[in-house]
Design a binder for this molecule. Sequence first.
Ligand code: NAD
Length: 448
Amino acid sequence: MPDAPSSSPATQLERRLEDRTAIVGIIGLGYVGLPLALAFARQGFTVLGFDVDAAKVESLNRGRSYIDHIESGELAGLIEAGRLRATTDADRLAEPDALLLCVPTPLTPQREPDMSFVLATAEEVAARLRPGQLVVLESTTYPGTTEDVLKPLLEREGLTSGEDFFLAYSPEREDPANPSFSTSTIPKVVGGADPRSAELAEALYRGVVSRTVRVSSARAAEATKLSENIFRAVNIALVNELKMVYDAMGIDVWEVLDAAESKPFGFMRFNPGPGWGGHCIPVDPFYLSWKAREYGVSTRFIELAGEVNVEMPRWVVRKLQLALNERGKPVKGSKVLLLGLAYKKDVADPRESPAFEILDLLLHLGADVCYHDPHVPEAPAMRTWPDLPPLLSVALDDEVLAAQDAVLLVTDHSAVDYERVLRIADLVLDSRGVFRRLGPPAERVLAV
Ligand SMILES: NC(=O)c1ccc[n+]([C@@H]2O[C@H](COP(=O)([O-])OP(=O)(O)OC[C@H]3O[C@@H](n4cnc5c(N)ncnc54)[C@H](O)[C@@H]3O)[C@@H](O)[C@H]2O)c1
């Protein structure tokens, strides 16, 4: 039945969200946008995805997933059922009732927020915004983006936020490849640019997530997301610092963590590693640092966490250098195999992976480096390391392993035969505590 002419844009939208006749538009079909699109389509909404990457759009419309931990089967079914389509045509932005912005928010080379993707998307939306649409920013960003940047931009054509259209912020908390949580089981924080927008955004997400957590403003929601990732960045730095201290004292940090973890309260385990990686943890904290400068406040924990974590690849390479030295070998000319290139276990995502810094350092020292990563068959071109040579993942067979002077474990993917590495490799440096789980410590294995 058509809506009564007297009903407001908010009431009409509310009704469509409740009966799931609302069309949901997802802008940016990457690691965040694609699972979100699936979550809405799965719950009966019609989803229209937007991306500037024509290859992704084509792949999605053919029912083929381009993210390795998302299977094509369900995707193809939803495409077939007409629940999900994707397009590069920005003119279709007027079709959806809700538009969720999931575009990248990286750092500039000067390590400041790069808002170009959010701004470009907002410009496209602003040019086509119609009464009754709900716009939600999901990209991680500094407090104030939704209310101070997006709102004036979207109001430019004469519509008023909170009356004609609705605006909110709801951060994504996706944890790629974590089998315990998915988009729909992770509670969703929602903050509106005004109370009506917050209500509508909550109504939207209630349709797909187990729980929504409403905060008083979009600012508070933006700060919540940053706080979660800063918490991780600082704790990763802390445990990495502990690793270096205990290493100097001849104490095994992994043994200490296993024991400390037995405390049933007041301790939360973080694991050391070869650095920090991924699109979020090495990036997001600096969104807050940058904004804090405007208020004359310093963010010392964030800066310190950055210093410690950025140092880790160099520390790991120094340990490798010393271990080779013990064997009378210089790094120059030594064959080194990096085990894992992705930034974390069981994903193919190489963004900000410490493996690239390690690779770069080793190549500068003259090592003969190769890598094995079952999820990354080809090392992608990286903006931060433009001079790295093209590399393909080598097979992890006995011959390759026997030819190495050292194997350096960077990423602890499950699909690697660690027993074989332990059996054949002459020297193993383990930055993830994998080999200690295989039995009594071997002299050829060093924790780094
Ligand atoms: N990856 C994660 O695990 C994760 C977790 C939580 C939050 N986030 C945040 O979510 C946001 C998106 O991250 P991601 O990992 O999905 O990035 P991504 O690079 O995987 O995907 C972003 C997509 O946006 C597209 N895009 C760029 N500009 C566009 C435009 N103007 N119009 C339409 N599409 C456009 C890109 O082509 C790409 O497909 C970032 O702010 C990130 O910090 C990511």
